[in-house]
Design a protein around this ligand. Structure first.
Ligand code: EPZ
Length: 430
């Protein structure tokens, strides 16, 4: 397992580009199963999760040509030979469950291992199944798998008990080929949903209202191919902006849509950081003395993103005063706290509440990344800390960020990726 060696205390300065969005790219790759024609996707980030999704599609029989240097993906799902996926593939990444809707709509049958829980929560899929069942799918669950079958999906009126991102995406994709009209209410409104709908509409689907809580989809008999560029990754952008402030630096993050980060920018400003939009696709963030404590509550979009909670908590661990962080979306998303406390932070947890007592500084230590966003939080802590940090289990980071250590080094970070010694290698020196 590779690790990162990070020597902290260097203010990050300069400009950095954001890659395409992981959470927009994954459902859009799944949506190509809805058409027999070729789809070309641009701005594809070179991530572990993207490669897993490509393996999922190839496992179903799709022809995939991935040019990672150019961020270009060409997919043709004309001849899908399979409608079932092996557990190890789905087990690697929950988002592979996003093929459920497209396969049911296109092939009328599907068999998928239930994704099960992950580090941040139990993460059930009841809302996905309930929505698709309302459209006429019949599901049976046995041996850890869900089997779905339909004589042909029908439009339906669906109200989501919670604005789940994944359930919204699966239902929209299925409804594009269903007979009649689907009205989806209390839908998720994340920018990634809008990007998916824009891509589907360029494939000649009829999705109206994406980005609002009420989405209307007129089913069509066939979708075509398209060429679509993925939106910038707002979570990567937020992580980088926080890295600039937490290290006492000054960063301009480019290829970002400021509108997608309103709640983060408001919280950073409230904490006293300097934040400024420099043009339609760039944001500058700089330290402005020690940040102040602020309270934070994660919510579905446009509320504060749960995917930025761990990184923001690292900033609060170094802020003046006491902050309260409430995690409302996932029940187990505080796993980075134990390591932050190992680095000298003072954070107490009570269920979904964390009380963060700001400290003047953190110190480097060996820590293990618990999940993707927890890894990012520990990386930020290490960049700000006194001394050296060894960050283990960095494979979590590569799920959502490409070549991050190289890109941060260009901004002044003292960071080195150390490959694990192969089994039985002679260890030299102490
Ligand atoms: C998406 O996950 C993102 N993943 C997550 O990002 C993100 O944290 C999450 O949305 C919330 O914004 C991708 O887009 C690939 P949900 P998803 O369905 O779709 C409950 C990252 O770090 N729920 O909106 O799985 C669920 O348990 C990842 O990039 C049900 O109860 O999230 C959770 O508590 C992590 N039943 C809440 O809803 C269901 O059927 C939100 O889940 C579905 C969800």
């Amino acid at each position: 397992m590779d690790r990162l060696l990070i020597r902290g205390g260097v203010p990050l300065r300069g400009k950095i580009q954001v890659n395409g969005s992981k959470n927009a790219c994954l459902p859009i790759i799944a949506s190509t199963l809805l058409t027999r024609d070729t789809t070309i996707i641009e701005e594809v980030p070179d991530l572990l999760d993207v490669r897993t999704m490509i393996a999922v599609l190839e496992g179903l029989g799709a022809a995939v040509d991935y040019r990672q240097e150019q961020g270009l993906l060409r997919i043709n799902s004309g001849d899908l030979s399979k409608t079932a996926l092996p557990a190890d593939l789905v087990g690697r990444m929950r988002a592979s469950f996003l093929v459920l809707g497209p396969l049911l709509a296109r092939k009328k049958v599907v068999r998928l291992p239930l994704p099960g829980g992950c580090a941040i929560g139990t993460r059930p899929v009841d809302l996905h199944l309930k929505g698709l069942a309302a459209m006429g799918a019949q599901f049976s669950i046995a041996n850890g798998c869900v089997e779905g079958i339909t004589g042909g999906l029908q439009g339906a009126r669906i109200y989501l008990d919670f604005p789940s991102v994944g359930a919204t995406e699966n239902i929209i994709m299925a409804a594009t080929l269903a007979r009649g009209t689907t009205i989806l209410e209390n839908a998720a409104t994340e920018p990634e949903i809008v990007d998916l709908a824009n891509c589907l509409n360029s494939m000649r689907a009829q999705v109206v209202g994406a980005g609002t809580a009420r989405i209307r989809i007129e089913g069509v008999s066939r979708l075509g191919g398209t060429r679509h560029a993925i939106i910038p990754d707002r979570i990567e952008a937020g992580t980088l902006l926080l890295a600039g402030v937490i290290t006492g630096g000054d960063l301009t993050v480019e290829h970002v849509l400021p509108d997608h980060l309103k709640s983060l920018l408001a919280k950073m400003t409230e904490a006293g950081a300097f934040v400024e939009e420099v043009g339609p696709t760039a944001i500058r963030a700089a330290a402005n003395g020690r940040t102040a404590a602020v309270d934070l509550k994660t919510m579905p979009y446009p509320g504060f993103s749960t995917d930025l909670q761990p990184q923001f908590m690292t900033l609060l661990a170094l802020s003046g005063g006491t902050s309260m962080v409430i995690e409302t979306v996932f029940e187990n998303r505080f796993r980075h706290i134990e390591s932050l406390n190992r680095m000298g932070a003072q954070i107490q947890v009570e269920g979904r509440h964390a009380i963060v007592q700001g400290r003047p500084y953190l110190t480097g230590a060996p820590v293990v990344a618990p999940d993707l966003r927890g890894a990012a939080a520990l990386l930020l802590a290490a960049l700000a800390a006194r001394g050296e940090t060894e960050l283990f289990a960095v494979h979590h980071l590569w799920r959502g960020h490409s070549r991050l250590e190289e890109r941060l080094s260009l901004l002044g970070a003292q960071i080195e990726r150390v490959a694990e010694e192969p089994e039985g290698a002679i260890k030299t020196g102490s």
